[in-house]
Write a protein of this length. Sequence first.
Lengths: 334, 440
Amino acid sequence: MPLPVRHLLLAALGLAAVAGLLFVTGDLTALRVAAVGYTMLAVAGLQLLVGGSGQVSLGHGAFMMIGAYTMALLVLHQPSLPLAANLGVIVAVSVVAGVAVGAATARLHGPYLAGATLILAVGLPGLAHRYHQLLGGSNGLNIRTAGAPPFLDGLVTTSEWRALVVWTTVVLGLAALATISAGRLGRRMRAVRDDETAAAMAGVPVGATKVAAFVIASAAGGLAGGLQAYVLGTVTPGSFTLVLSLTLLAALVLGGIGSLWGALWASIAIVYLDVWATDLARAADLGRDVENNLPVVFFGVVLILVLRFWPLGVHGALRDLGARLRVAGSGTSS
Amino acid sequence: MREHGSRVLWAPALALVMLAAACSGAGEVGQGADVDLDVAPGVTDDAVVIGTHQPLTGPAAPGYLAVSQGAGAVFDHVNAEGGVNGRRIDYRVEDDGYDPSRTIDVTRQLVIEDEIFAMVGGLGTPTHGGVIDYLNDEGVPDVFPASGALAWNNTEEHPLTYGWQTDYTKEAKIQGEYITENFPGQDVGYLFQNDDVGEDSQAGLDQYLSDEVVAREHYESDIPDLGAQMAELENSGAEVVVCSCIPAFVALGMLEAARIGYEPQWVISSIGGDTATLQALLTEFTEDTDAEGVPADAFLDGAIVTSYMPRVEDEDDEWGRFFVEVYEEYGHGGPPTNTHMFGMTQAVMFAQVLKSAGRDLTRQSLVDALETQEWRGPGHTPFSSSEGDHGGHQGVYVVRYQSGGAIEMVQEARVTDREGGPVEEVDFERLSPEDLPFHD
């Protein structure tokens, strides 16, 4: 089976699994499942950039912001445009932003690259204040988007519908990322990551490959931001701070930097560790101060522990476990 | 592959359905169905569950943590007195860290998992702005959001949202009138937060001060520096500075003014006028600077503050004394501030309307009680929650702070509207804590 087809089938299976999950759970889970979806797309883009091409970006949240504001502005000023067209516009805008940033940063390495992308994360939210009339300042923009289509009334709620729309986009995006990663561009990226000089001598266009990786990552980030705006119905500069960019990166490391699967564990960690830590604090009756600050501590401790014992993240740990089970299985059968 | 066939086909089919549905405009929202208010989720024989979203962590927490602490203390007091109509108030506070995307998550959690009867005092304009549609669509009464945005008073779009705080435009009009009457001919500078606070405040101030204003300086709430702004205000020769600011920026502005030797008359809005919070901030900000050891009071002496709530400094105010007593018994940590008063006043007013709604409690009966309530305090001004006007407090009074902690009432409460109407004196009698029915 050709690779793109296999990835699309996997995507369809993934979507079916999400639909099944939504079917047995309620509205609150639908919101969180949608959050896992768009976060996963953003982290997957970052995975391709960091794990695939070896460039570090501390400014990934900025691309989410670009996507989110694009979505909000489109819904506010062009309400008759269908959602699919909005998402298309968002990808185009993010690609343009990615080319602009990537072309500038492709010449930078290591800490310089990190610094340059850091500026993006710190500086971009300021635009919302600078163009107060258009972007709404620190209160941001509120939008209302169409819910479930009328003929599905009673079958799916608006939240479930939104989660399905998000995941449809996300699995298609992931299939595209997986196909790219497994193809020629992906091989070139890994060559550049491992040794730029060797890659150049082998005929890989180093600069163009790095820019391409940046552009793909920013498109995924922008799309994720657009989906977030669609689900939440509100965009504010306060949601796209440096903390978001750093969280995405930290979660990617936690999930496993070497594989797209890492993005899944990363996004689950971002959305659910917080909820679990709060529940845990409440169950143990630890008091308000502990309860409010536990999620951050919990995330940090989990990150440190995972990296101490499984340097390749959660995905690395699961792969190890799988390999051991297979060895044990073949051991008993022989 | 065959046994998976149907499932694998089903997902693309779903995708096709979505693609077809995706052809209608993303921003074209149909008219929502009418919500059913004859329900009473969260209400049992002996308890009623209410919820709120508050910044308990993050950058906004130091300023606003006190709101839910204050409200919690009042609800504890109400429960100790036997509750309201035989029901205990179960007050659930969720932390949103002042991040609108988390507000959405915790609000759903409150509505879906906790099944709250009503949302009470959700804090913040950007945060609450993201959930106001959801609450109204779900038929959850959205009582007294804690912010002065004009948006809360829109009975057409958000019939279940009831504003509470005097909105920024009304407050600014009364400030403007006070300044023209008491500081005639003096040059005025505005210092404001660059969001709806600043926008709405200027709309009110300009009705009275458009000839006197010599400088308009704004700040961004995430950039804690007022050096350029204060220098500009001094250069412009402004003798009166109207600060439509949150406490941290009032304190910063006062310190910066003191540093450059600029001594304007400060006029501070209620959102930034909590003197206890200001003292703490001033003490904190002067640590390790030349001004260390200068008593915080020295900066605040003579400042004019507008407000509508009872104040802790006011020893003649029975509600102020009552709240201090309640907080001493049920609160956590040090003495209450005016930010605690904010949450406590809200809590009393919610308990009062719950009492009016009667034992036979539904969301509809709560809404009816809100629309027909005759408000007699603890706030100092008349209050609107009637059909067609969900504006909350209608005006403000004016006090002058004196070093040593006393305040002097320099103008009794006046009311106005948010358009071009006049500022009027009112005759408003409050009931005492003993006479106001808000618990069994």
